[in-house]
Design a protein around this ligand. Structure first.
Ligand SMILES: NC(=O)c1ccc[n+]([C@@H]2O[C@H](COP(=O)([O-])OP(=O)(O)OC[C@H]3O[C@@H](n4cnc5c(N)ncnc54)[C@H](OP(=O)(O)O)[C@@H]3O)[C@@H](O)[C@H]2O)c1
Length: 313
């Protein structure tokens, strides 16, 4: 495994990490979750990504149980606040919800602090000063080590940075955008000025486009997602034009002697602005397969990258 600094921060994250959304607490039984976590830790993954909304807290609670007893310093645990429930103060980025959402997550994760706390989405109904001030307070209190955002626009991030600088508060250190062969704009274009300006790190999500980039749907396999996730998956991930792109990528993976998942993951890891790619798995064998993408990265020569570019354009 390789480890990379989170932007200009000193914290180091494994370049492949695991998210709890599909993997822990709701879609997968406990024995399988344990097997996936073992593959992750044996493979050198040190970062587990969580959010208060995943399984309405069930995913974080499962992670808390699974990592209980492991040395805390060997793990980087995150959570994200924004969607905590349906009451008037159970969502958004008010001081009240951020603090209460974090406290609930600390209990579920059975820890005194999270390494990373993300604002899961921007909140147009809360002054940015209130959010930045609250995050600064939480870092100073020791309950959070670094704070950041998820799916904020470059403009919103710049505003948060300016507010922090103006009031001598800690600015956001990392952003969590989607980044994969089918979804590229924020990481490759929008945030470009922010990497040097803010020392911004990125913990990108869905490197495999939730499975669409593994090629299995081109082979006619049925999606495993259920309930709300199933409808979302079908409309957002199985678009015919995206599956057509994947069909053009499959021969490139064959030519490299790797799986389509490994090609997709290696391509994400090749981007120097990616600190870590947060993947998911519902079987231990999937994560074993994805971890081997580290061996594929050196084979992404300029010619291979050009062929990939042609396939996805
Ligand atoms: N900040 C945000 O707004 C946001 C949004 C979404 C996700 N996230 C984070 O990102 C994490 C990962 O998201 P994701 O689950 O969409 O990641 P992903 O890595 O793009 O997709 C994971 C899915 O791909 C399939 N898969 C994984 N490895 C495979 C392999 N080697 N071969 C074949 N299939 C494979 C599995 O699908 P099947 O289960 O169908 O087999 C697995 O559930 C989440 O847990 C969460 O922490 C953040």
């Amino acid at each position: 495994m390789e480890y990379k600094r989170l932007g200009s921060a000193g914290l180091k994250l494994s370049v492949i990490s695991i998210g709890s959304w599909a993997t822990f607490g709701q879609h997968v039984d406990e024995a399988t979750s344990r097997a996936i976590l073992k593959v992750a830790l044996d493979g050198g993954i040190n970062f587990i990504d969580n959010a208060e909304i995943y399984g309405d807290g069930a995913s974080s609670a499962a992670v808390g149980n699974l990592v209980h007893g492991l040395p805390r310093e060997s793990l980087v645990l995150s959570t994200k606040v924004f969607w905590g429930g349906s009451g008037p103060n159970d969502s958004g980025l008010s001081r009240k919800h951020i603090v209460e959402g974090l406290h609930k997550e600390l209990k579920r994760l059975q820890t005194d602090y999270v390494d990373l706390l993300f604002c899961h989405r921007p909140d147009p109904n809360t002054p940015i000063e209130e959010t930045v001030w609250t995050m600064d307070n939480l870092v100073r209190s020791g309950k959070v080590l670094y704070w950041g955002t998820s799916e904020w626009s470059a403009q919103q991030l710049t505003e948060a940075y300016a507010v922090a600088r103006q009031h001598h508060l800690l600015p956001p250190q990392m952003e969590q955008p989607e980044y994969n062969l089918l979804q590229r704009r924020k990481v490759e274009i929008d945030y470009l000025p922010l990497y040097p300006l803010m020392g911004l790190g990125t913990t990108v999500w869905s490197p495999l486009a939730a499975g669409a980039l593994t090629g299995k749907y081109n082979r006619g396999e049925a999606a495993t997602r259920t309930g709300f996730d199933a409808a979302w998956f079908k409309s957002q991930r199985l678009k015919p034009e995206d599956l057509a792109r994947v069909s053009l990528l499959l021969p490139i993976a064959d030519g490299l002697g790797c799986t389509m998942a490994q090609l997709a993951m290696a391509w994400v890891l090749k981007n120097p602005h990616v600190t870590t790619a947060i993947t998911g798995a519902t079987k231990a064998s999937q994560l074993q397969d994805s971890l081997k993408s580290l061996e594929v990265v050196p084979h992404l020569t300029p010619d291979v990258l050009a062929a990939i570019e042609t396939a996805v354009q």
